[in-house]
Unconditional design. Structure first.
Length: 88
């Protein structure tokens, strides 16, 4: 399994590269870390969610659903990740 710190760093790196006011899909992070084989990247989705929630709490990123900021404490379903303002 990939180190949580590497997952967190990759989330921030990819979200920052996408730019302000744009989002990335968690599966983009998973594919970046695990490659295109679904058997390799799919198991990364839960650890990515955990790190995204942590990073949102730290103010590094924003978790969004339906274009609006989501509450990381009650997050369920599909979400997107944006870099927090001033972090690019």
């Amino acid at each position: 399994m990939i180190d949580p710190e590497r997952i967190a760093a990759t989330i921030v790196e990819l979200a920052a590269a996408r730019g302000a006011d744009k989002t990335i899909c968690p599966s983009e992070v998973a594919r970046y870390l695990g490659g295109q084989n679904e058997d390799m990247w799919r198991p990364l989705m839960d650890p990515i969610r955990e790190q995204a929630i942590k990073l949102d709490g730290e103010g590094a990123i924003l978790i969004k659903q339906g274009g609006a900021r989501a509450d990381p404490e009650t997050l369920t379903g599909i979400y997107r990740i944006a870099i927090a303002k001033g972090k690019t």
